[in-house]
Design a protein around this ligand. Structure first.
Ligand code: GAR
Length: 201
């Protein structure tokens, strides 16, 4: 499966996916990495890995729909069949999602449905949860609310600040996202209501 990976920043999850794709038996390849800003540090990492890159900036379009059309056209131009949001800090509407129905994944650094949105490691600490983690889910119009594919948990320690917790979660993200992409690309995921069923052969 050819993947388009969308980023807004550092791109460490994009690198984890690209590294997994480099293995001979992995059922997906990164066709293009698209950022919504030229300042995304992940663009250089993608180029260094020999991946095609593109920048589609919302500010260059008259309205969000035109931005989403350009984003979808860029992905289609590179033959992307599936889309991985990897630190892509922007909501997508049905106008985009309808062009890749059931084919858009996201990773979020909390155990959804707890702590959707931003600054979620600090929110987890402030709330006093003993465990947090990360979630790979299908993307719907509602923020961080689509059917859950895989989750991994990590302990929240008394000594944690947002940075130490984020680092512990990120380690799991880099393991979990490629695992979810593998299942996705092998066609082993199906959605029944809110639940994602994994066909384990
Ligand atoms: C990751 O922790 C990812 O889960 C989070 O942004 C970070 C991006 O890091 N995404 C969200 O918060 C989306 N709601 P990366 O650019 O190094 O992959």
């Amino acid at each position: 499966m050819k993947l388009g990976v969308l980023i807004s920043g550092r791109g460490s999850n994009m690198v984890a996916i690209a590294e997994a794709c480099a293995a001979a038996d992995f059922p997906a390849e990164v066709a293009v990495v698209v950022a919504d800003t030229p300042a995304a540090a992940g663009l250089e990492k993608a180029a260094a890995a020999g991946l095609a890159t593109a920048v589609v900036e919302p500010g260059e379009f008259a309205h969000r729909g035109a931005f989403e059309d350009a984003l979808a056209a860029t992905l289609a131009h590179h033959g992307a069949e599936g889309v991985c949001l990897a630190g892509f800090m922007r909501l997508l509407t049905g106008r985009f999602l309808d062009q890749f129905p059931g084919k858009v994944l996201n990773i979020h650094p909390s155990l959804l449905p707890a702590f959707p949105g931003l600054d979620v490691q600090q929110k987890a600490i402030d709330h006093g949860v003993r465990f947090s983690g990360c979630t790979v889910h299908f993307v719907t119009e509602a923020m961080d609310a689509g059917p859950i594919v895989l989750q991994a948990s990590v302990p929240v320690l008394a000594t944690d600040d947002a940075d130490t917790l984020a680092a512990r979660i990120l380690e799991q993200e880099h393991r979990l996202y490629p695992e979810a992409v593998r299942l996705f690309a092998e066609g082993r995921l199906s959605v029944a209501g809110r639940r994602v069923l994994v066909d384990s052969d």
